[in-house]
Design a protein around this ligand. Structure first.
Ligand SMILES: [Zn+2]
Length: 394
């Protein structure tokens, strides 16, 4: 095992400069979901120079890519993300996710050839996690059909930790339409769409008391009318619904739609409830992969902690239903509690030398888990045994 560690360290050290340059380049040129043209191209170009076979615009998704090396099975896939947030750049640190995936992939490719391992390693570039969730489109297009295991790691403002159970999410746009009228001269002739939005919020607030503590529902008003002296004939809200159980999330959707209908009835307006992005399933990580990650993170001195489930959501949730998968977390804030994810301060951290160091450790851990998976049938069986859903390949 010591030889393995040395081989991994040597390989990582020989690519360190190029990887860090790439990660900082993505950081300094933030691109929004589905516009990650430069980030996708830079990663694909780099992987091509490292001997990977590239499939750009993977599954006809413009900023997705697939880079692979080796052949047949087992097939282990490292996922990369690289979209930024409006106004705050890489406030979710996805540039570091790319760094982990690329480094781990390059190391494992080297190990496959040095140790004559059977199998394949790939790096899948998955766009738009923050907005539309392209992993779901990639899954629908068959991107995971010949993949056996998926590994990913995300920077965090909490301690380095295992892949947590995450809540599923649905997003809805709700539009009400009514009738304009002069708000003082003839209000009785109008139908007030803003009132319908206000009643929707009231209905949701009343419902909240009866919801389990683990559920979340939160919304904003996107359109509340044009001027105080015009009864608004159109108003719009944007809502997220979250729960840890998919069936319960579906029941929440029904109740939410009924509340919207109720608000329309009370105001004599019309309502449209529109689902605007892929629903994300609640994440169900593989505990065997988690155990391995935590053990290695301790060895690397990252002081990992087993954490409770996360209330956040990711399109990675859907991946965990397809194959055994892990979305671990690595701390980049030095546990400064004033710095939270999705902030400008976190974006600054995502380019710090500490973050790059943590990224490097995490990449080496993921490559080592990949090595174990390819080299040990016993480990593969354990991982598959901990996968609760249907998957025919072993
Ligand atoms: Zn993120």
């Amino acid at each position: 095992m010591e030889n393995l560690k040395t081989a991994i360290d040597t390989c990582y050290a020989s690519h360190l400069k190029e990887i860090e340059h790439l990660v900082l380049q993505i950081h300094d040129n933030p691109e929004l979901s589905e516009e990650e043209v430069l980030a996708a191209q830079a990663q694909a170009d780099f992987l091509e120079t490292q001997g990977f076979t590239l499939d750009r615009n993977y599954k006809e998704i413009k900023t997705a890519f697939m880079a692979s090396a080796g052949e047949g099975s087992p097939h282990i896939c490292f996922m990369s993300e690289y979209d930024a947030l409006p106004g705050i750049g890489h406030g979710c640190g996805h540039n570091l996710i790319a760094g982990v995936a690329l480094s781990a992939g390059i190391i494992l490719k080297q190990l496959i050839s040095d140790c004559r391992l059977k199998g394949r390693v790939s790096i899948m570039g998955t766009p738009a996690e923050e907005k539309r969730g392209c992993k779901i489109d990639l899954i629908a297009a068959g991107a995971l059909e010949d993949v056996d295991v998926v590994l990913m790691a995300h920077p965090s403002d909490h301690s380095t930790s295992q892949s947590m159970e995450e809540s599923g999410i649905m997003q809805f746009i709700i539009r009400f339409t009514g009738k304009t009228a002069h708000a003082a001269a003839s209000p009785e002739k109008g139908l007030n769409a803003l009132d319908a939005v206000r009643l929707l919020f009231s209905g949701v607030d009343a419902w909240r008391q009866q919801l389990p503590e683990t559920c979340r529902i939160h919304g904003v008003i996107k359109d509340g009318g044009k001027a105080p002296n015009i009864i608004p004939d159109s108003a719009m809200a944007d809502f997220y619904l979250r729960a840890f159980d998919m069936d319960f999330l579906m029941s929440m959707k029904k109740r939410f739609e009924n509340i919207a209908q109720g608000a329309a009835l009370m105001t004599d307006t019309k309502v449209w409830v529109e689902s605007v992005k892929n629903a994300y399933k609640p994440g169900k990580p593989n505990q065997e992969l988690n155990q391995e990650f935590m053990m290695l993170a301790r060895e690397y001195g990252m002081e990992p902690q087993w954490l409770e489930r996360s209330r956040a959501s990711s399109d990675f949730g859907d991946v965990t239903y397809e194959v055994p998968a892990m979305h671990a977390f690595f701390n980049i804030t030095g546990l400064n509690t004033n710095i939270v994810i999705h902030s400008r301060e976190f974006a600054d951290c995502a380019a710090s030398s500490f973050a790059l160091e943590q990224m490097g450790k995490t990449a080496r851990i993921l490559s080592q888990i990949g090595y174990m998976y390819l080299s040990s049938e016993d480990f593969r069986k354990k991982v598959m045994g901990a996968f609760p859903f249907k998957k025919t390949r072993v």
